[in-house]
Every structure is written in structure tokens, then in C-alpha cells.
Design a protein around this ligand. Structure first.
Ligand SMILES: [Zn+2]
Ligand SMILES: [Zn+2]
Length: 403
């Protein structure tokens, strides 16, 4: 027997229905916000992720699903969605248009990590990327969209926001932080010791409790924001307040990726064990330039599908369609023209084996059909069909032509 690869899994029945419900709901809402669908390749040049996600990140450093293909190209299965969408935006030269572009995507992402509960090597994300809009109104609008999606899916959440500053105010803050961290270096975990040199900001969201305890007195970027970043952050808070959207400020919310600036946000849930992020995003005004495009402000987010799978309230399954059957072999063939006609407008289940009425009723119930139609011995002679609505229990015998 050939099993799926380690860290990869099949979605069937309840899980695949949940998956489809999440994607359908999120796509519908994204379209209402003016987003159009974009499909980008699963496989990209490794250089794309090294440049955009950053060599110092765990994703690129440890978790890339990277290999050399038969043409000796260094390629990588995408570990996240944003880099590919930005690459596509630049490839299509959309950065040279004075227009605003909004895209949504969904699909599998790959990270070669040690598989553990809730962490697969192939997992799925739904995401949105908005290009060309530098206004903080767009950050607010995107947070509202995620809220709408989770509300529609019946998922509870807390919203956390932060500002990551800009090229004017982040570097001086980074210097202050490095000075602070260097003093307590010996008390930090090995990862954080390394991060002081490679990506000091990432120390702030170290999952290690003892590291977190040492950061209480660390310098805070929010008190060092430049005037523009500060007024944008104040505006974002006011917009959320005015919309009655609850949030808290988390100065240690820095996101795992290097290209974020200004607004950063996360939707977190307490319902899946320890508090964990079910969606995250923010502004990444520098990424398009990083990938050789013209400077283009951008903001986006991604939702982790597997993380919310169990949290979704599924809509009640309604009975639908018709179950067609016959009681003699002779009548079976007559079912197919009826099925073909009825399928133009609804779900049709055809039973190929002749059976008694009781057995048919059982099968129709199992198929979740709303009505059942059977050609019995008498009906066959008269060119008729027996029809019963399984909800109202109403039944009738009519000509096949009428049905
Ligand atoms: Zn700034
Ligand atoms: Zn640490």
C-alpha cells in the first residue's frame, strides 16, 4: 500500500466539506471587497523566497521544501502565498500601471518541518493582497474583511494590532533594541542569541517564556514611531473603535517575515489549545521594490485553513435532489433520460439495481435526497412514475412525461 508522504494528508468527507465551505465563504466575501482571484505556480525559484521572506527567517533557514530539478534549477515549493503574488504582480508589469489591484488566492503551501499536531508539511492558506493603496483606510478595510469572514464562519477571535514602523523610524529603534538585548544576551535562548545579529526584531515574538519575561522593559517601537507612522496607527485605532471592532495592542507582534512595515495584525483563537494565530497580515510597502518592481504600497493577510477547520460552524445539511429507482430490471433503462433531464436543475442519484420499495426508501434517505421517484411494476405498464416528497411526505403517481 502506498501511503501519503509524511506530514501530508488527504481531506475527505467532513474535512473536505469544511474546506470547501471555508474557501467558498472567504472567496465570496473577498469578491464583495473588490478582490479578484489569482492563481500562481506552486513551484518558484528558490531565490524568490530567499529575497522576499528573508534568509534569516526560520522559513527560509530551516523549512524550505527546496530541491534541484532535472534542468539543474534551484526551485522551491511555495512556503507562503504573498511572495508568489507579488512576483506575479511584477512579472505582469502591473507595478507600472497607475491603478490599484486587489487579489485573493488559496491553495497549498509547503514547509519541510518536523510534522507534529497542527503542523503539516502541506497545509492550506486563503489570502488577499492589495497593491497601490498606501492609505491606512485600506489596512482598516482588510481587517474588516477578515472579521466578516470569521463572523460568517462562526469563529470566535481576538484581534491584536501593532505598528512595525517604517524605514525612517525602524532602524534607530532596532539599534536601541540591539543595545538592550546585548546586555541580556546570556539570559536569552540560543535562537534569540543568534537573532540579535540576524533579525533582532524577531526576539520580540520568541515563543520561549523565559525570553518573554526578560523583555518587559525592552524599548518599545510604539513610543518611537515617526510622525507619519504614529498618526497612521492612531487613525487605525480610531477607525476600529468607530466600527466597534475590539482589539488589543501587542507590542511584541512582529510577524515572522522581514518585509512588513507599519500596520501588523493577527486574529488569534483560544479554542485550539494554546492561544494561536488563525490569521495574520499587515502592510509590506517595501516588498514590490525588493522584487525589482516600482515602489508600490501593499497590504495583505493570510488565513491558515487547517487552524480554523475545527472551529467552523457548518451550515445545517439540507435534503436535496431526487433519488431515482426501479423495481424491475426492465425499468432501469427508463431512468436515464429522466435523470439527464432532471440533472439540468438539481442533484440526481440513480440506483442501478432493481429493488423493493422499502430498500429504495432506505437508500434515498442515505443519499440525503429531498424526494424519491420509483418506477414499479404497475407504473411500468402505464408509463407512469411514483413520486414522494420525503420532507412533506406527499406522494403521487404521474406520467413519466409530466415528471
Ligand atoms: Zn515611521
Ligand atoms: Zn528566545
Amino acid at each position: 500500500m502506498i501511503n501519503p508522504l509524511k506530514g501530508m494528508k488527504d481531506l475527505t468527507f467532513d474535512e473536505s466539506q469544511r474546506f470547501v465551505h471555508i474557501i467558498t465563504t472567504a472567496s465570496t466575501i473577498a469578491k464583495r471587497y473588490g478582490y479578484s482571484y489569482i492563481e500562481t505556480p506552486l513551484l518558484e525559484q528558490t531565490a524568490l523566497f530567499k529575497r522576499s521572506v528573508g534568509e534569516s527567517s526560520d522559513i527560509v533557514g530551516k523549512e524550505m521544501y527546496q530541491f534541484i530539478d532535472k534542468g539543474k534549477n534551484d526551485v522551491c515549493l511555495r512556503p507562503e502565498g504573498t511572495a508568489g503574488v507579488v512576483r506575479a504582480f511584477v512579472s505582469a508589469k502591473l507595478d507600472r500601471q497607475p491603478l490599484k489591484y486587489k487579489f485573493y488566492y488559496y491553495g497549498p503551501m509547503f514547509r519541510y518541518e518536523r510534522p507534529q499536531k497542527g503542523r503539516l508539511r502541506e497545509f492550506h492558506q486563503f489570502g488577499c493582497e492589495s497593491f497601490g493603496e498606501g492609505s491606512v483606510y485600506e489596512d482598516f478595510t482588510i481587517i474588516s474583511m477578515i472579521k466578516d469572514i470569521f463572523d460568517a464562519l462562526g469563529i470566535g477571535y481576538d484581534i491584536q494590532i501593532n505598528s512595525l514602523g517604517c524605514p525612517a523610524c525602524m532602524p534607530p529603534y532596532r539599534d536601541d533594541l540591539v543595545a538592550f538585548l546585548s546586555n541580556i544576551k546570556e539570559e536569552l535562548c540560543d535562537d534569540c542569541k543568534r537573532r540579535i545579529d540576524t533579525n533582532p526584531i524577531r526576539v520580540l515574538d520568541c515563543k520561549n517564556k523565559s525570553c518573554q519575561a526578560k523583555l518587559t522593559d525592552s524599548p518599545k517601537l510604539l513610543s518611537q514611531l515617526c510622525q507619519e507612522c504614529d498618526s497612521d496607527f492612531e487613525k487605525l485605532k480610531k477607525l476600529l473603535d468607530d466600527a466597534d471592532i475590539n482589539y488589543s495592542i501587542d507590542t511584541n507582534l512582529v510577524r515572522g517575515l522581514d518585509y512588513y512595515s507599519k500596520s501588523a495584525f493577527e486574529f488569534v483563537s483560544n479554542e485550539i489549545g494554546a492561544q494561536s494565530a488563525i490569521a495574520g497580515g499587515g502592510r509590506y510597502d517595501k516588498l514590490v521594490e525588493f522584487l525589482d518592481g516600482k515602489p508600490t504600497p501593499a497590504v495583505g493577510y493570510a488565513i491558515g485553513i487547517e487552524r480554523i477547520m475545527e472551529l467552523v460552524t457548518m451550515p445545517k445539511v439540507e435534503r436535496e435532489g431526487i433519488y431515482l429507482g426501479a423495481m424491475s430490471q426492465e425499468a432501469i433503462d427508463m431512468l436515464f433520460p429522466i435523470a439527464s433531464r432532471k440533472r439540468q436543475e438539481q442533484k440526481v442519484t440513480v440506483e442501478y439495481a432493481p429493488k423493493g420499495l422499502k430498500a429504495h426508501l432506505k437508500s434515498a434517505d442515505r443519499a440525503g435526497a429531498k424526494s424519491i421517484a420509483i418506477i414499479g411494476e404497475d407504473e411500468l405498464k402505464d408509463g407512469k412514475i411514483w413520486v414522494k416528497d420525503l420532507e412533506t411526505k406527499e406522494e403521487k403517481v404521474i406520467t413519466i412525461k409530466e415528471f
